[in-house]
Design a protein around this ligand. Structure first.
Ligand SMILES: [Zn+2]
Length: 423
C-alpha cells in the first residue's frame, strides 16, 4: 500500500531589484510578527498568566496593524504573517513535545534576527499566489518572479515558501501531494546498507560507495575559501567579501551532497525491492564527536530520502532497531564474537573461518536482521576454508529483527527542495 506523500520541490528564483526589496520587506514583516508574538507569550509566562493561544495572537496581530508603529505590516501579504504565527506555534509544539519525550529535545523558540542565515516566508493556497502562463511565480505584493524550472511538478502545489539563503540566493519551495501513481514494477533484489566513515555507504552485495568527485571538489573549494577568510583582517572589506565566498562554498557543498544523496537513493530504490538501514542513533554512539558532526546530517538526509522514495515508489524500507550488534556478528555463520576496535577493518571468523570485511559484514547483518533475503557471500573478502555445515538448530545466537516492516509513511514531509543546478 502506498500512501499520499507530501513532497517539496525547490527551484531557484531570480527576483529583480524591486522584487528583492519587496521580499526583504516581507521577510522583515514575518520576522517582526514572529518576534512580537514570541514576546507576548514570554511576557505572559514571566507574569504567570495563561498561555496565549494562536487565536489570541492572531487578534493582536490584526489590532497592531491599526497602530502607527505597526501599520507597515499592511504592505505585505497578510497570509505570510499568519503563517509566521503558525511557525511560532509549531516551534512551541516541538519544544513541549521534546520536554514530554515525544520527540527529540529542542530548545525553546528563539527570537529571529535580520542576520539569520536563512530567511523564509510561506504563501498558502488562499494567499493568491500562482504560476503564470509565462512560467513566472506571481507572489502577492511582490510581483512576477522569474523561476528556473529544473524539473516538472507532478501536480498543482498547495503551498510555496520563498527562501533566501546565506549566500544571497532565492528559492521557491513548493509543497506537492503525490499519490500512488508512481509505483515501480517489482524487482527481486533486497539490500542492506551500512553507512560508514571510510565509504559513504557499503551495500550487502559488496559494493562500496564513496563520495563522488563533484562533492569532494566542492568540499575542497570550501576548505580553500575558509583558509582565505582566516587570513583576512577583521573588519576589512576583503573580509566581508571572503565571508560571502565561504557562504557560497558552503551552499555549493550542501547542494552537491544533496544531489549525490538523490542520485544514490534513487538508484537503490529502483534496483531493490526492499532496503534496510541501521538506525542512525546507534551509529552516532560509536563515533567520535567530530566525525559525528560531519556525517550525521548527511546520513539522516540520505536515509530520509530512501524512506520517502520507498513510500512513493512502492518499495519496502526497514530501519533496524537499536541493539543489533552489526559489527560483532559473523554474517556467514551467525556467531557473536564481541566488539572490535574501529581500526580492525577485516578479521577471520573463529567459528567458520570466513575472512570478513567489517563494512560489508555490517551491511549483510543489517539486511539479515531486517529479514531480507541476502547472501552472506558478499561479506567475505575471500572465501575462507569451507566450514563443516552446522546444524540449523544450533544454539548460536541469531540476529533478531526488532523492527517491523513498513511500506508506507503517511503524510511524511521531507525536504527535497533546493536541488542544485548543475553548473
Ligand atoms: Zn562465522
Amino acid at each position: 500500500m502506498v500512501c499520499a506523500v507530501q513532497l517539496r520541490y525547490g527551484f531557484r528564483l531570480y527576483p529583480n531589484g524591486p522584487q528583492c526589496a519587496a521580499l526583504a520587506r516581507a521577510f522583515g514583516c514575518a520576522r517582526v510578527v514572529f518576534n512580537d508574538a514570541l514576546g507576548v507569550r514570554e511576557d505572559a509566562r514571566t507574569a504567570g498568566l495563561p498561555f496565549v493561544t494562536l487565536g489570541d495572537l492572531s487578534k493582536r496581530l490584526t489590532a497592531s496593524k491599526k497602530t502607527p508603529e505597526r501599520a507597515w505590516l499592511g504592505e505585505v501579504s497578510s497570509v505570510i504573517l499568519q503563517q509566521s504565527l503558525r511557525d511560532l506555534d509549531a516551534a512551541y509544539r516541538n519544544f513541549f513535545d521534546g520536554l514530554k519525550g515525544k520527540r527529540p529535545k529542542t530548545g525553546p523558540p528563539r527570537f529571529k534576527s535580520k542576520r539569520d542565515n536563512r530567511q523564509a516566508i510561506r504563501f498558502t493556497g488562499n494567499a493568491g499566489w500562482k504560476i503564470t502562463h509565462g512560467g513566472k511565480l506571481r507572489l502577492p505584493k511582490v510581483g512576477d518572479v522569474p523561476v528556473k524550472w529544473s524539473r516538472s511538478l507532478p501536480s498543482i502545489p498547495t503551498t510555496v515558501s520563498v527562501i533566501r539563503d546565506s549566500a544571497g540566493r532565492y528559492f521557491a519551495s513548493f509543497v506537492v501531494e503525490t499519490g500512488s501513481e508512481e509505483v515501480l514494477p517489482p524487482v527481486t533484489p533486497e539490500i542492506g546498507v551500512d553507512l560508514g566513515l571510510g565509504h559513504f555507504a557499503v551495500l550487502s552485495d559488496g559494493t562500496k560507495v564513496g563520495n563522488p568527485r563533484f562533492l569532494r571538489r566542492a568540499e575542497k573549494q570550501l576548505t580553500k575559501a575558509q583558509r582565505a577568510l582566516s587570513r583576512k583582517e577583521r573588519g576589512s572589506a576583503n573580509r566581508t567579501k571572503a565571508r560571502l565566498k565561504v557562504a557560497r562554498a558552503h551552499a555549493r557543498v550542501a547542494d552537491a551532497r544533496r544531489e549525490f544523496h538523490h542520485q544514490l537513493s534513487t538508484k537503490l530504490i529502483r534496483e531493490n525491492q526492499a532496503i534496510a538501514v541501521e538506525d542512525l542513533t546507534v551509529k552516532g554512539l560509536a563515533r567520535t564527536r567530530l566525525a559525528k558532526s560531519v556525517h550525521d546530517a548527511g546520513w539522516s538526509q540520505f536515509v530520509t530520502m530512501l524512506e520517502y522514495k520507498a513510500s512513493r515508489y512502492g518499495r519496502t524500507f526497514i530501519r533496524i532497531g537499536r541493539f543489533e550488534p552489526t559489527s560483532q556478528l559473523c554474517s556467514v555463520c551467525g556467531v557473536q564474537d564481541g566488539p572490535k576496535p574501529l581500526h580492525v577493518r577485516e578479521w577471520t571468523c573463529k567459528e567458520c573461518g570466513a575472512l570478513l570485511d567489517r563494512d560489508i559484514n555490517a551491511a549483510v547483518n543489517v539486511a539479515k536482521a531486517a529479514g531480507l533475503a541476502v547472501s552472506a557471500c558478499g561479506a567475505r573478502v575471500r572465501p575462507g576454508p569451507v566450514p563443516a555445515q552446522r546444524d540449523e538448530a544450533g544454539t548460536r545466537p541469531k540476529p533478531r529483527p526488532t523492527t517491523a516492516r513498513q511500506t508506507g509513511i503517511a503524510h511524511l514531509q521531507v525536504s527535497e527542495d533546493l536541488k542544485p543546478r548543475p553548473a
